[in-house]
Ligand binder design. Structure first.
Ligand SMILES: [Zn+2]
Ligand SMILES: [Zn+2]
Length: 589
């Protein structure tokens, strides 16, 4: 899909990297160029400024201006293949380019030099090609911007010299660039780590350790509401709840294959008697043993087990980030044990749950059909016929549902192919969310069967079906998607009641009790602060509603419901509770 478009943008970004290099060496003749690729949001160039002045963020404007001037004269590229000797002569004194030249030569590849510009704007670099043919014509001068300078080791190796990495942003048009800049600004404001603290949802303790989030009462309430919602949808699809311990003997993972495959991520425990145990990094192997407790008849299938439970993975400290990457997380997990002939229908049921759940929050979904990489058979369990069969079923389903789908070669789990759902959030970012996986290997390894119509044992299949995936990760996405403005049904504090003066307290308490009586999470602000301050606090807390009680309300027995969006609505005291319950029921965003 749109590979033409993507590669043309990549060509532009790559071309701009050359332009950046030229502008830098013009202004800093001592600078040594190294490598400068196109990246997802633009381009960068790693440059060694040692032996002279260094370019900092403050110098970027000048370089950007020089690039725009160059753009006027860069109208065509030429290139030539050179011998190793010629290349060495051209880049004499630049150890980085010389290193690259030796590597290209060692691989037996042609060495090519690309040139653009004329006269003073002429610039030649070591390159394999992939440029915009006429940069002046094809690259709008306002579609790119130099972004920042960061440190980067040559070849990412900390024993090697530290270089300056100059980042540029580049898009097809100025509008695309502006949209990206706005998205970055918005993302900063919505950062779930920042909002998580401000809204008092979760925290980390240096004593407990990194990657181990602690949930405060408000955050816990939110998690439970989300989990209950998933459960409600699952219950309607005839799932049953199960429960399992968080550790297991090594034997379970030896049989499942995880002992080897998950070696590095497993938290291991040796008991005082010297037995090896592990904290569970996933729940599937435990669930197989619930299925295996007895011999099932085909009439008993599918068996659908749901279980929201914590998993533990020994992630590297450097990779931990807020709630997005943690060492302990809760999966809203489920496994369906069924016959191959039932797999399609079970997939469709889960598909509907996924769409209902994400639709509730206004996420748009795309689905990736994650397949195995046929070039790396050693990375997967099970034979290739079973893979072909399983992948065929997933393709069929995506087609039947007329989904916005695409293929991901090499994105499968080691035990089977998956449908991975991507959600687009309120500021246009894509997140990988739910996943449905067909697994024909685990039933094989654990010898899971049912007795079929002929009275024979028949191999079953297993479907892994997390909806949120991990509650932590989903929370991080939801916080950023909503910017902390949770819908009424999820808001830990739904309504705050603010009496104007002491004489209004009695009626304000009446309002408070009317809401509490129907289960609304109402609070009462009787602090000694000014009205203005109390209203600001309610807005800062991102409460869906607050109610100010003054003379008029007391006299009329009315309630004025003020929303965080700035609207207000006057209601009779006796209907306010049901009015809010009705909104909660709809789960309106
Ligand atoms: Zn190039
Ligand atoms: Zn699973």
């Amino acid at each position: 899909m749109c590979s033409q478009h993507t590669s043309s943008l990549e060509f532009k970004r790559h071309t701009l990297a050359h332009m950046l290099a030229k502008a830098v060496v013009d202004a800093y003749p001592h600078a040594k160029l190294t490598l400068g690729p196109a990246i997802d949001t633009g381009f960068y160039y790693d440059i060694d400024f040692s032996g002279g002045p260094t370019l900092g963020d403050d110098g970027l404007k000048e370089i950007e201006k020089a690039m725009k001037k160059l753009l006027n004269t860069w109208t065509a590229w030429s290139h030539r293949e050179v011998t190793v000797e010629e290349a060495r002569a051209h880049f004499a004194g630049n150890p980085y380019k010389l290193e690259l030249i030796e590597e290209i030569a060692a691989r037996g590849e042609a060495i090519t030099l690309y040139t653009c510009g004329t006269g003073k704007s002429e610039f030649t670099d070591l390159c394999r090609g992939g440029h915009t043919e006429n940069p002046h014509e094809e690259i709008p001068a306002d579609c790119f911007k130099l972004d920042k300078v960061a440190g980067a080791y040559w070849r990412g190796d900390e024993t090697k010299p530290m270089l300056s990495r100059i980042y540029g942003l580049a898009f097809e048009t100025k509008a695309d660039l502006d949209a990206y800049l706005t998205q970055i600004e918005e993302a900063k404001k919505r950062d779930h780590k920042k909002l998580g603290t401000e809204l008092d949802l979760f925290s980390f303790s240096p004593l407990v350790g990194p990657g181990l989030p602690l949930w405060s009462p408000k955050g816990t309430l939110l998690r439970n509401l989300l989990d209950d919602y998933v459960w409600k949808l699952r219950h309607a699809a005839e799932y049953e709840r199960v429960e399992i311990p968080h550790i297991t003997k090594k034997d379970l993972y030896v049989v499942s294959g995880h002992w080897d495959k998950y070696k590095d991520e497993l938290f291991r425990i040796t008991t005082r008697e010297g037995h090896e145990f592990a904290m569970k990094p996933m729940n599937c192997p435990h669930h197989t043993q619930i299925y295996a407790r007895r011999q099932w008849s085909y009439r008993d299938l599918p068996q659908r087990y749901a279980n929201s439970t914590a998993c533990y993975r020994d992630e590297q400290s450097g990779e931990l980030s807020g709630l997005s990457r943690v060492r302990a997380f809760t999966q809203d997990d489920a496994h369906v044990f069924c016959r191959m002939t039932q797999a399609r229908e079970e997939f469709l049921k889960i598909w509907d749950i996924v769409h209902t759940f994400y639709g509730t929050f206004g996420f748009k979904l795309r689905v990736r059909i994650s397949k195995h990489d046929p070039a790396k058979p050693e990375a997967y369990l099970g034979d290739k016929d079973r893979w072909a069969l399983a992948e065929g079923i997933l393709e069929e389903i995506a087609k039947e549902k007329n989904a916005d789908s695409f293929e991901g070669i090499g994105e499968a789990a080691f035990y089977g192919p998956k449908l991975d759902f991507m959600a687009k959030d309120a500021i246009g970012r894509d997140w990988q969310v739910a996943t449905i996986q067909l697994d024909m290997n685990m039933p094989e390894r654990f010898d899971l069967t049912c007795i079929n119509e002929q009275g024979e044992k028949e191999r079953i299949v297993m479907i892994h079906a997390a909806i949120m995936g991990s509650i932590e990760r989903f929370m991080s996405i939801l916080i950023e998607h909503t910017a902390g403005n949770f819908p009424l049904w999820l808001a830990p504090e739904q309504v705050r009641i603010i009496p104007v003066a002491d004489v209004h307290i009695a009626y304000a308490e009446e309002v408070y009790h009317a809401l509490k009586a129907v289960g609304i999470r109402a609070t009462f602000d009787d602090a000694n602060d000014s009205m203005g301050k109390k209203i600001r606090a309610a807005k800062q807390a991102k409460l869906p509603y607050f109610i100010v009680v003054g003379d008029k309300e007391v006299a009329d027995k009315k309630v004025t419901l003020e929303s965080r969006a700035g609207t207000s609505q006057e209601l009779d005291l006796h209907i306010i509770g049901n009015h809010l319950l009705a909104e909660i029921e709809t789960k309106k965003m």
